[in-house]
Design a protein around this ligand. Structure first.
Ligand SMILES: Cc1ncc(COP(=O)(O)O)c(C=O)c1O
Length: 375
């Protein structure tokens, strides 16, 4: 008999990332993976080149240099930070590996990041998927429904704030309500991959909560605002007891010297940070407003992408989209080299997600959508 994986693993649909190629198009404009349009900090690039030495040596397994840089910038205790060398995704996996047993339940919302389901099933635990609310600003996580889904088997709640792919966020009060309604033995995982983009005054990234409560952690990534998706680097801020657990089960050298030195320079370069924020602040509202002018629904977003809704229903069926379906839009854009993200796997079959790109990319994508809708 051949080896059998743990129960649940074969029920996992492998993660498929945003497309990167548009066959036949002369030039490709990739707006499908929420990557930074302005790229990494020049100081991070310098650090990257300078770090390419002594590769025969193992890195500092505790990644002190990087943890101290993150701690200094955010005013945190470096001992409450654990970094991960394959982005923030694997840190979410470590948390699931540490805290989920077979039959346990993990709660997340209907349009949550796909990785939550994968890591839940990988631990033979049960995903509990909670509907979201469709409001006049967009699709939002429903705190009351999340709390109503808690049972004695619940061990984890995953929440991306802001959420991908909806772009909506829960404010400080909503987060407090969610946390207050959870039993103390349930771990609230706040995935703050897009937090650096949020400008709303009532937003709390999870840093305060993870600093205060023994059952809250916050994950962050260098893949989005820091423009280092290819470097694969993330971190988690957690109570000491949880850091202790993660440090026991993580790879002993789970970040390279190159990652540590590049990441430290990136997080310290506040000038580049603000440049990236300002770029987003300029183009996110522009994209939202311009696409809305075509008549398409675009939800409010607090992140670096927007969710665009196309008329539901069969392609070309009378009164059901009139040929303006998501598939037709996607094909129209792809032929012209513009790649957005189909989000059917997130339970949003009539939507495309568009990342805020460079000025050229934004203007092109918007004008193509205008042409498509006018045709
Ligand atoms: C909500 C959310 N969390 C986490 C990640 C993972 O990012 P990374 O593993 O590159 O740090 C992503 C990436 O798309 C995301 O959208």
């Amino acid at each position: 008999m051949s080896p059998i994986p743990k129960p649940g693993i074969l029920e996992i649909s492998p993660y498929v990332g945003g497309r990167a190629a548009a066959p036949g198009a002369a030039k490709v404009f990739k707006l499908s993976a929420n990557e930074s349009p302005i790229g990494p900090s020049p100081k991070a690039m310098e650090a990257l080149s300078a770090a390419a030495h002594d590769l025969q040596l193992y890195p500092d397994g505790s990644a002190r240099l990087l943890r101290e840089a993150i701690a200094e910038v955010h005013g945190l205790d470096p001992d409450r930070i654990v970094v991960g060398g394959e982005g923030s995704g694997p840190l979410l996996t470590l948390l699931a590996n540490a805290y989920l047993q077979p039959g346990d339940e993990a709660i997340f919302s209907r349009h949550a990041f796909l990785v939550y389901e994968i890591i839940t099933r990988a631990n033979s635990a049960v995903p509990v998927i909670v509907p979201e609310r469709d409001t006049n600003t967009g699709i939002r996580v429903d705190v009351e429904a999340m709390l109503a889904a808690v049972t004695p088997r619940t061990r984890m709640v995953y929440l991306a704030n802001p959420n991908n792919p909806t772009g909506s966020y829960l404010n400080r009060d909503e987060m407090a309500r969610l946390h207050a309604g959870l039993p103390e033995n349930v771990l609230l995982v706040i995935d703050a991959a897009y937090s650096e983009y949020v400008t709303a005054k009532d937003y709390e990234s999870g840093m305060e909560m993870a600093g205060r409560f023994p059952n809250v952690v916050m994950t962050r990534t260098f893949s989005k605002l820091y423009g280092l998706a290819g470097l694969r680097l993330g971190w988690v801020y957690a109570p000491p007891a949880i850091c202790d657990v993660l440090n026991r089960i993580r790879g002993p050298f789970n970040t390279s010297t190159v990652q540590q030195e590049t990441g430290a320079a990136a997080v310290r370069d506040r000038e580049h940070f603000w440049k990236a924020v300002e770029h987003n602040n300029k183009w996110l509202p522009w994209i939202t407003a311009e696409i809305r002018k075509t008549g398409l629904r675009v939800d409010d977003s607090a992140a670096n992408f927007v969710l665009i809704h196309f008329p539901p229903g069969a392609e070309g069926a009378k009164g059901m989209g009139d040929g303006k379906s998501v598939a037709a839009a996607d094909a129209y854009l792809m032929q012209r080299g513009v790649i957005l993200r189909g989000v059917a796997s997130y339970g949003l079959p009539d939507c495309l997600r568009m990342t805020v790109g460079t000025e050229e990319q934004n203007r092109l994508a918007v004008s193509l959508l205008q042409q498509f809708m006018a045709a």
